[in-house]
Design a protein around this ligand. Sequence first.
Ligand code: LRH
Length: 489
Amino acid sequence: NTIKNIISLDCGNSSYRVVLGKYDGNKITTEVIAQESNGMNKVQDYYYWDLHKIFDFFIKSLKEVLKKVDKIDSIGVCTWGVDFALYDKDRNMLSNPLSYRNTIGEKSLNNLSQDEKDKMFYDTGILCDKINSVFMLSGIKEKMPDIFEKADKLLMIPDILNYMLTGVMINEPSELSTTQLFSSITKDISLEVCNKFGIPKELFNKIGVHGDTIGNLLPSIRDELGIDYDIPVILVPSHDTASAVVAIPSMEDNFAFISSGTWSLIGAELDEPVVAKEVLESNLTNELGAFNKITILKNSAGMFIIQRIKKEYDEITKRDNSWEEINNIADMYKGEVPLININNIRFFNPEHMGNEIHNYLVETNQYNGELNWSVVIKAVQESMACCYAHTIDSLEKVIGKEFKEIFIVGGGSKNNVVNELTAKRTGKIIIACSKESTSLGNIVVQIKHFEKEISLKDMRDIVKKSIDLEEYQVEIEDNSIVDRYSKLV
Ligand code: LRH
C-alpha cells in the first residue's frame, strides 16, 4: 500500500479539527474527520482554554479515523500562537493555559519605554505586542507568584498536545517565536529578553527541528486505540500561521499572503528577518516560519470581529443566521462607507461588539441613529479590506518588492465579500486557496518523515496539485477610502 494516511490536528481560536490527508506520492486528498468549536472559558477573573477537552476530542477522532483506514502513518499538531502552560518539576501542569485575551500582561508592556520596546525588537526581530507570551509570563510572575515559582518547564499549546501524545517535552520554533522570548535573528532563546523580565532560560526545552519525529504515540494511547504498531508524532511548523504559509501554492519565492482566521496575518516569506526602523514603524514583525524561513507580517484582527457580531445578532434574532444572510444585511446599506480601525484596542474583547462599533461610528460622526446592523457589518467588511490594502502597501515599501497577487489561506478565504473588497482596495489579483490550509501545510511537512529529501518547494508543488484556487480581480476606480483608513491607524 503506497498511500500514506497522515493526520493533522489543527486547533484555532474558534474551532479545532482533525483532518485525514491521504498522500499518494503525488498529491494529497483531505477529509475533515471531526470538528468542534473552541472558545475561552471565563472562570472568575480569568479566561482559560480547555486543553484536556481538546486532547479527548483528538483521541475520539483518531478512533473515527481508524474506522476509515487500515493504518495511521503519522500525526502532526498545530495551533494558535502565544499561549502556554507551565509545568512543575514532576511534570504536572500548574494551571490550565490562560488566554491571551486576559489583561494580566498589560502592565508589564505599558511600563516599557519606547526605547525599551525598540531594543526588544532589535534583539528578537519581534514587535512588542500585548499578546506576546513574555508579557503574560511576567503578569503571572507578579499576580500568581506561587505558580511562577513552581514552574520548571514551559510548553506552548501545540507542545502541550505533543507532550500529551508522546510524553516528550520539546519546544517547536515557529510557535516559540510568538513568545518574543525567542529571537528570529539568532534562532534561539533571547537571553536579553529573559533577563529583562526575570524569566529563567531553563523553562525552555530542547528546540525541535521541522520534519523530525518528536516521539511515538504513548503505549497507553495505542492500547486505547486498539492498535499494535508505532505511530510517529512529527514536529510540523506548529504555529498555525507557519503551517498555513507552507500550503501557499506559489512556485515563486516572493509572494504576499493573508492567513485569514480569527486573526488575519498579512505578510510575505523571507530568508532573513528585516530588523529595521521601517518595520517597527509599519507595525510589522518577523515571525519564524517553516524550516527557518521568516514570515514578516502584521498580526491584525481578522474574522474575530465579524464572528462576534454574528453571535450577538444570532442571539437577538434567536436563530443561527447563515453567513450569506449576514452578508445580505451589510448589502442593504447604501450610504457612505463607514470605517473603523479594526485593531483599535476597544474592539479586542468588548462586552458587546455591535454596540462598541456603533458607538465608535457615532463618536466619529460617521453615523447617527439607533444601532443599525447593516452599517456595523458593512464597516467591518470594508475596514478589513482597507487594513489589508494599507498593510500590503507598507510591506511592499519595507521589503522593496511589489506583489501582483495575494494568496489568501485559511477559513476566512471563503468569505467572498471580503475577498472581493480586498481585490478592489488593493488592486491585486486575490487568489483564494484552501479553507484547510493549516492542515494541508501540517500534512505536507509530515511527508518529510517518509521522503527525507523533499524541499519546501516540492511541498508547495504537492499542495498546488491538491487544491482548487479561486481568483478575484477588480479594477480600482477611486481608492480614497484606503487613504481614509490609513488616517485612522
Ligand atoms: C492565529 C494566531 C496568530 C496569533 C494568535 C494568537 O491563529 O496564531 O498568529 O498568534 O493566533
